[in-house]
Ligand binder design. Structure first.
Ligand SMILES: *[C@@H]1O[C@H](CO)[C@@H](O)[C@H](O)[C@H]1NC(C)=O
Ligand SMILES: *[C@@H]1O[C@H](CO)[C@@H](O)[C@H](O)[C@H]1NC(C)=O
Ligand SMILES: *[C@@H]1O[C@H](CO)[C@@H](O)[C@H](O)[C@H]1NC(C)=O
Ligand SMILES: *[C@@H]1O[C@H](CO)[C@@H](O)[C@H](O)[C@H]1NC(C)=O
Ligand SMILES: *[C@@H]1O[C@H](CO)[C@@H](O)[C@H](O)[C@H]1NC(C)=O
Length: 269
């Protein structure tokens, strides 16, 4: 009779050659990974063979990121960790609004998978998605929303009253503010919209332009503000200093971004 045995740090399976039994580790777990050596002894002769068993394990959550409300200037850590075999890779993506695409975030990602946002600012606000994958099973995906309130916001609470004070007020304070009242286990809330009005300011000032007869010409004119400023173009004719308001025609076009576009400029007009 030839007897053989499989030896590893974890298990020893006795294997009887003449019965032709195949050893099965059931259930197989991650700890069963390792080197297995088969030693065969026959008539005083010993021979062995070693093989490696890698047990593949789909990722499972260790640390899941959560939604956070932060104050501008805070140092924020978003944790995202999983285990699995092979060890999973953590990837982060970010989007700033519902209709824009997720873009990869790499610079602030640590070796442990956490995303570190030092001195958080309004630009860091948005939805962050963490994706843990190792090519086995389905990736683990969790999206969280990070909100940033400015340092100009102060909440002053009294026994029967709470005030939200915003000072100084900036355009970024525009938004919906919700006041939540808890009393004897009952919760009620009220939301109000704050729109910060901002007078127009230049973002693109048109400048004097020289052009050749027949050239296409674009004159840019752009401003920002809340509500969005409207743009009108007007011109004077010859010596007459009275301005007439322009509208799109065959020769010129007022583009949706406010720029004035001539297909082909002409001295005569
Ligand atoms: C298995 O053997 C290989 C090759 O000798 C070695 O590199 C590896 O570290 C071993 N694995 C374990 C879990 O002992
Ligand atoms: C990951 O590393 C960062 C930076 O070293 C640290 O701030 C964070 O706490 C770590 N996360 C975990 C879950 O240990
Ligand atoms: C997560 O990452 C894996 C591997 O890169 C990719 O195949 C998968 O599409 C990603 N899932 C999401 C929801 O981004
Ligand atoms: C505020 O709430 C209104 C009504 O629910 C919604 O239309 C608007 O988009 C919200 N504004 C912001 C900045 O979230
Ligand atoms: C406005 O749009 C035109 C055509 O798309 C472009 O050439 C021009 O640079 C734009 N102006 C500004 C200020 O973005």
């Amino acid at each position: 009779m030839i007897t053989g045995s499989w030896i590893s740090q974890v298990i020893v399976v006795i294997w009887l050659m003449n019965i032709g039994k195949i050893s099965v580790i059931d259930p197989l777990t991650e700890e069963d990974s390792g080197n297995y050596t088969c030693i065969i002894t026959s008539r005083g002769m010993t021979s062995s063979y070693t093989t490696t068993l890698d047990v593949l394990v789909p990722p499972v959550w260790k640390l899941m990121p959560i939604d956070l409300d932060t104050v501008s200037g805070d140092n924020v850590v978003l944790n995202c960790q999983g285990s699995g075999q092979p060890p999973p890779i953590v990837k982060w993506h970010k989007t700033t609004s519902q209709n824009s695409d997720f873009i990869p975030v790499t610079t602030q990602v640590q070796l442990n998978g956490s995303l570190v946002l030092n001195e958080i600012s309004k630009e860091d606000e948005g939805m962050y998605r963490c994706n843990i994958s190792n090519g086995i099973g389905t990736p683990l995906v969790k999206s969280v929303i990070i909100r940033v309130i400015g340092t100009n916001v102060d909440i002053r609470s009294f026994s029967d009253l709470s005030n939200l004070v915003i000072d100084p007020l900036t355009e970024e304070d525009t938004g919906n503010y919700t006041c939540v009242v808890n009393a004897r286990g009952m919760t009620t809330s009220y939301t109000t919209t704050l729109t910060v009005l901002v007078p127009p300011s230049w973002s693109n000032v048109p400048h004097d332009t020289d052009a050749l007869n027949g050239d296409p010409v674009i004159l840019n004119c752009k401003g920002s503000g809340t509500p969005k400023p409207s743009i009108t173009w007007s011109r004077t004719h010859g010596e007459n200093m009275d301005f007439t308001i322009l509208s799109s025609s065959n020769d010129l076009n007022i583009l949706s971004n406010g720029s004035l576009h001539f297909n082909s400029i002409s001295k005569k007009r």
